[in-house]
Write a protein of this length. Sequence first.
Length: 169
Amino acid sequence: MKNLIVLLFLLTSFSVIAAQSDTSAYQTQRLKVNALLKERSVKFGQYDQSLDTRTGIFGFQTKDDIKNSNEILRQIVLNDNNIFKELKILMDYKDQEMKQAQNSASEASNRIQNYMVSIKKLQDQNQQLSDKIEGQQAGKSIAWYLVILLAAALAYLYYSSRRKLKTQA
């Protein structure tokens, strides 16, 4: 029984270690997405500033100003694409974690069910052994009574035959 408990403890600790490594990958991915979101925010601020930039005559935007704004906007779009890719990876991690949690729960349930079956089997065997011991003890009691009865009968026969011999002699 102690070995069973130790084995259960070891299996549980290995599951926790595996879950921690998955969680750290998830956390790393989250940090990556957050960094991309911050970068997007900075780029959007740059884009907003570039729209206000007017280096042309009479305060108009020049062709270079518009190109600069468009380049910043293109970088924002590329960054958004990266964010979507990283979010997909993040969602895949989350789905994988959920599947692992479900599998772990299912395995734990199966192990518990198997332990319960084993315990029931051992209890039945224990009951059978207890009944067998009680039967053997009852058999021993009857055997002792028979031995005592036979010893008493032999003693009675011995004394009665001696008495007959004494009366005849």
